[in-house]
Design a binder for this molecule. Structure first.
Ligand code: NDP
Ligand code: PYC
Length: 337
């Protein structure tokens, strides 16, 4: 039996808005948080849609997140903007900082935005997609909680540390990819635990360091990076550039702050934006067209581009709504009681 409920995207938004408001989140934050959760659900990202309500509620109930901090945007250098989220969820801080990041990238060619002291529970793709829709190349990085062992190790040290990239495609949706540097996002392992299904091999080890496909054992032991030493190095890079480089917490610091609340990671995020027009001047259109030839080279051999599934899911969700496990919808609705 297909035990899923069909909701329109408006209904998803209403539910998230009602729960977050009921638990005291200020209206501007509710709107920004709902936007990213609806985007996750809309694009078929099961672990980063409405499921994120549970992580956010854990943060709220444990008093680990500010409900109403107004982000403070500081223009610190021609190519650098910092946004202090004041301990609140990240989406509003991103929203407030984005126009400054875009303006700076267009003025000087390359700009960085540090979002500090935020609780980041969400997927990164909406952020790089927004940067790419402004005609810029975008990158986003954030640490999370120390759940992942480095390649060759067996103890949690690194976060699931996502990397996202957006590339503007004139007249088309941007090219976007967005993934955890762990073999799977923590959210995917949580979904396996809820369903009582084994994970694919290679996602993690038990507390003794032995490979396992038992989600509970991985959560008690350690997750693994994707691609062995390569994913491990990328994950370390994210720790460095979105931790110490922006003056914020590492994944080890974040999980210590969490004190077992199972809330959203706390710390910083680094976003970069590059303007092809500044880099290339009048030759920018010609070189962006060459990029299209690379994309065509992928598709013409039967491979698929990252983001194609996303945009297809988006079109379907806008027309038909989304199917969400009934158990999850009931759990989220119960948070209104
Ligand atoms: P996935 O493994 O689901 O997707 C990874 C990326 O690879 C997507 O861009 C996807 O494109 C692309 N992709 C997947 N399969 C193929 C394929 N066969 N061919 C080409 N491209 C493909 O991501 P994760 O589970 O690792 O991460 C899920 C989400 O979790 C991310 O949005 C991430 O930002 C978020 N996250 C957030 C964290 C935080 O601290 N805030 C921590 C960790 C993860 P497409 O979308 O088109 O399928
Ligand atoms: O799935 O790893 C994850 C994650 C952490 C924070 C938000 N999502």
């Amino acid at each position: 039996m297909d035990d899923r409920v069909r909701l329109s995207l408006d209904e998803v938004r209403e539910l998230v808005t009602a729960v977050m408001s009921r638990h005291g989140l200020a209206p501007a934050h509710v709107e920004a948080v709902a936007d990213v959760m609806v985007a996750g659900e809309r694009d078929g990202g099961g672990s980063h849609g409405i499921f994120r309500v549970l992580m956010c509620l854990n943060s709220i109930r444990a008093g680990k997140v500010s409900l109403d901090a107004e982000p403070v945007v500081r223009d610190v250098a021609p190519g650098v903007v910092r946004v202090d989220a004041g301990g609140a969820f990240a989406p509003l801080a991103f929203r407030r900082g984005l126009p400054v990041l875009v303006q700076k990238a267009k003025a000087v060619g390359l700009a960085a935005m540090a979002v500090n002291d935020c609780c980041h529970f969400a997927a990164l793709f909406p952020e790089v997609e927004a940067i790419a829709r402004a005609g810029l190349v975008g990158f986003a990085f954030t640490p999370s909680h120390a759940w992942v062992a480095p390649a060759g190790g067996s103890r949690p040290l690194l976060g699931t540390n996502p990397i996202a990239f957006g590339w503007p495609r004139p007249g088309r949706d941007p090219f976007v990819f967005d993934f955890a540097t762990s073999a799977a996002a923590r959210g995917e392992i949580e979904l396996h635990r809820r369903e009582g299904t084994p994970t694919p091999e290679g996602w993690g080890v038990d507390p003794s360091g032995n490979p396992t496909t038992d989600a509970d054992a991985i959560m008690a032991g350690a997750m693994l990076p994707f691609g062995g030493h390569k994913g491990s190095a990328l994950s370390l890079m994210v720790e460095l550039i979105a931790g110490p480089l922006v003056g914020d917490l590492t994944s080890v610091d974040s999980i210590a702050y969490d004190e077992g609340a199972r809330g959203a990671p706390r710390g910083g995020e680094l976003l970069l934006a590059i303007d092809p027009s500044r880099m290339l001047g009048e030759a920018a259109p010609e070189h962006l067209a060459r990029a299209e030839a690379i994309f065509e080279g992928v598709v013409s051999q039967g491979a698929r581009l990252p983001s194609v599934r996303r945009y297809e899911a988006r079109a379907r969700s806008l027309a038909e709504g989304v199917l969400i496990p009934r158990k999850l919808v009931d759990e989220v609705r119960a948070l209104l009681d």
